[in-house]
Design a binder for this molecule. Structure first.
Ligand code: PLP
Length: 364
């Protein structure tokens, strides 16, 4: 196979169990964006089997796909614009987020037409200024009373959870408590409260409430390697390894320019290997000379520009690698996902979610 991801389900299970030991809250496994590139259904099933009791996704389509696969656990979809198919959502017992009056109105209408009370989680904006109710809050308080929805939860999201000790986290928690008190004062008592993502789960116990929404840490990656350290220091095990095949190996002299734009030149007599992946597979183009692969027992840096379907690495004059061999692009042996992210000037989240769908996922 020319390029594939190996997904270690045991790592996912271990990461969930490790997190569960640190909290009494229920775990909501965040499986949006094809489970951060790891594969929606296999990861969702593994998460439920490993102790997660909720699933969370951005899109309604993702939630419906999960239900169709036979998953019975509660599923929240939180990025559902007003024209979404709420009839399908309510029929499939998908929990819906309510971030505006407009959403309340259309979800209530869909529920009435079906004769079934929608299960909803009220989303409040406590300081991130993205999703959730903000200026409409007072109007919402009057509108939601007796509105024909079953209020399951109240939730919000942190802007800076990956900065331990940052004061805005305290402010957001304070605002969250205020919104809860106001909701209770109109007679609405949501059973579930949730605001913590992975970073808050790991460094802010006060924020756990009774559900934590676990994303990146479940996949074994750090929410922020600068402020919180890498996977190792957090006792997390990355679940994703990327591998690709060598198309060609060639000997070249020192001073040979390589690839588009001839931006780099060999600095020794060496051997080059052409790797069967490129930017169309999710290999960032701006990693030239900064990341690399692990092959025949050594790290081999990228040389020259990453192309659409291929890139070139310098394997050194003595490498025993052969055409057809499989190299590790990122994984436990050579370059980590975090090294690739740093090389590309981005974060591990973006590296894993952008591996193209055409790269097969193999489950271990
Ligand atoms: C993506 C997401 C999460 C998970 O965040 P991580 O940093 O990956 O743990 C939690 N909550 C919401 C609303 C999200 O969109």
């Amino acid at each position: 196979m020319r390029a594939f991801l190996e997904i270690n389900l045991k790592a996912i299970a271990n990461n969930i169990r490790a997190v569960k030991e640190k909290t009494s809250a229920e775990i909501l496994a965040v499986v949006k964006a094809d489970a951060y590139g790891h594969g929606l259904i296999p990861i969702a099933k593994c998460a439920i089997d490993s102790g997660a009791s909720w699933l969370g996704v951005a899109l309604l389509e993702e939630a419906l796909t999960l239900r169709e696969s036979g998953i019975k656990a509660p599923i929240i979809a939180w990025l559902t614009p007003p024209n979404s198919d709420f009839t399908a959502a309510i029929t499939a017992d998908i929990d819906l987020s309510i971030p505006s009056l407009k959403h309340l109105e259309v979800i209530v209408a869909a529920g009435k037409a079906l004769g079934k009370k929608p299960r909803v989680h009220i989303e409040v904006d406590t300081g991130m200024t993205r999703g959730g109710l903000l200026g409409e809050w007072q109007e919402f308080l009057s509108a939601v009373k007796g509105a024909g929805v079953e209020v399951i939860g109240l939730w919000s999201h942190f802007a800076r959870a990956d900065e331990p000790g940052e004061i805005s986290n305290e402010r957001q928690l304070f605002e969250f408590e205020n919104r809860l008190a106001e909701l209770r004062s109109v007679g609405i008592h949501p059973k579930y409260l949730h605001i913590a993502n992975s970073a808050a789960m790991l460094n802010n116990p006060e924020s756990h409430k009774n559900i934590v929404r676990l994303g990146i840490a479940m996949y074994g990656l750090s929410p922020d390697i600068k402020t919180m350290g890498g996977s190792d220091s957090l006792d997390l095990e990355p679940a994703m390894t990327l591998k690709a095949e060598i198309h060609l190996i060639k000997r070249v002299n020192s001073g040979t320019s390589v690839g588009y734009g001839a931006i780099e030149t060999t600095n020794r007599d060496t051997k080059l290997a052409i790797i069967m992946m490129g930017y169309s597979d999710g290999i960032p183009r701006n990693t030239s000379n900064k990341a690399g692969v692990f092959v025949a027992g050594s790290r081999a840096p990228i040389i020259g520009r990453v192309s659409m379907d291929q890139f070139v690495v310098d394997i050194g004059p003595d490498s025993e690698a052969q055409p057809g061999d499989i190299v590790e692009v990122f994984g436990a042996l050579g370059y980590s996902i975090d090294e690739w992210a740093t090389a590309a000037g981005t974060i591990n989240y973006e590296i894993v979610t952008r591996i193209a769908a055409r790269v097969s996922r193999i489950y271990l």
